[in-house]
Write a protein that binds this ligand. Structure first.
Ligand code: PLP
Length: 379
């Protein structure tokens, strides 16, 4: 089956036909052909993709990405621990929300959705608030597409001896990094983002020494990261409860295709090429990106909606959909934007075709496009 349109979204995203075909078989969750040959291989490959340092392991968890963020916060943090959250978008805010549900004491650094966090402010908190035990942050804040300075923040957090939790949901597999090198204790990502699988599960890559103390801490049975890990370790890839077998098999195929592409570095380059062409082409059409260019990620880009009484996102969206492209609404609270992702099975010629489709879809076209006014606003 072919897709009617290309998803230019932050995930679920467009997958290859071969990834989708890999789902056309049923699997027994007790059989070695599934647990040992698929699940265990995936777990091993994920660790290898994440770091060259020893001492890391991976845990797969049913559900969307948020489920695994929640499993991590709820399993890694004890009742008297305190969390420092970096929040410059919806996903940072969600970590704080999870902490609130668990009644975990929390302090937030919130520079606003279009700014990077201030390292001096973070350091002052770490130096003065001795109750802080954990630091959580988002790598690519998918709300805007901003890439956060995780190297500097992780280094700072480690220098104060804190446990570091990274939501790398929309970046892992699409941006090169070594979490062991960065000193990350828990990194969370999901099947349907840059590895280019389909939705259904997420995963946590953890330093074993940080995971060991989590025994007995979780406040939720289904979200007990330690228990899930122990089951997978002791029963060779067995999930505690029903696993999304078809999704997992598709993910295995997606990992092979990532290797065939040349690994994360090659994929990073493809995404970056897509994103740069997108921004150049959009600028030429009169659109302005929300963020200054040094804050962009190769994952997704926010653009200001054109300043026109006639512009309506839904109409624009439908005009693009008819031409074979699906884009994403904005998520920033203080500006009228839309977003275009370039992760997934998306190549430079798709971006070229998209730019033509966008030009065709500019039904409001009049003297005042986003252009000058927006460039001024983003400067
Ligand atoms: C996609 C995403 C998530 C998880 O979202 P789900 O809808 O729960 O899968 C979390 N953080 C970031 C940065 C994301 O991009």
């Amino acid at each position: 089956m072919k897709n009617d349109y290309l998803l230019l979204t932050p995930g679920p995203l467009s997958t290859s036909a071969t990834v989708r075909q890999a789902m056309l078989k049923d699997w027994c969750t007790w059989d070695d052909e599934y647990n040992v040959d698929i699940v265990q291989v995936i777990r091993q490959k994920l660790v290898e993709l994440a770091t060259h340092h020893a001492g890391y392991t991976s845990v797969l968890m049913q559900g969307s990405g948020t489920t695994s963020v929640e499993a991590t916060i709820g399993s890694a943090m004890g009742a008297s621990d305190k969390l420092l959250v970096i929040d410059n978008g919806a996903y940072g805010a969600r970590i704080k929300q999870i902490a609130d549900y668990y009644r975990i004491d929390c302090v937030v650094v919130a520079p606003g959705e279009t700014e990077k966090p201030n390292l001096t402010e973070i350091e002052a908190l770490l130096a003065n608030d001795l109750a802080i035990t954990h630091v959580a942050m988002v790598h690519c804040e998918t709300t805007t597409g901003m890439l956060n300075p995780i190297e500097a923040i992780a280094k700072l957090a480690k220098s104060y001896g804190k446990v570091v939790i990274l939501d790398a949901m929309s970046s892992f597999g699409g941006i090169t990094m070594d979490i062991g090198e960065l000193g990350i204790d828990f990194m969370i990502s999901s099947a349907n983002k840059c590895i280019q699988g389909v939705p259904g599960f997420a995963f946590v890559i953890a330093k074993k020494s940080a995971l060991m103390p989590c025994q007995g801490r979780a406040r939720s049975l289904s979200l007990d990261l330690f228990d899930q890990w122990q089951c997978m370790e002791q029963q060779h890839g067995k999930w505690r409860f029903t696993s999304p077998t078809h999704t997992v098999r598709a993910f295995y195929q997606a990992l092979l295709e990532l290797e065939q592409e040349g690994g994360i570095a090659a994929r990073h380059k493809r995404y970056e090429t897509n994103q740069k062409r997108l921004v150049d082409g959009m600028r030429a059409l009169g659109f302005a990106p929300l963020l200054a260019e040094d804050k962009h990620s190769p994952i997704i880009t926010s653009f200001y909606s054109p300043i026109s009484e006639q512009f309506q996102f839904k109409t624009f969206y439908n005009a693009l959909k008819q031409q074979g492209f699906v884009i994403y609404p904005g998520k920033v609270s203080h500006a009228d934007c839309f977003r275009i992702g370039n992760i997934g099975e998306v190549y430079l010629d798709d971006i070229e075709r998209l730019l033509i489709a966008i030009e065709n879809a500019m039904y409001w076209r009049a003297p005042s496009l986003a252009g000058a006014a927006c460039t001024a606003a983003s400067a």
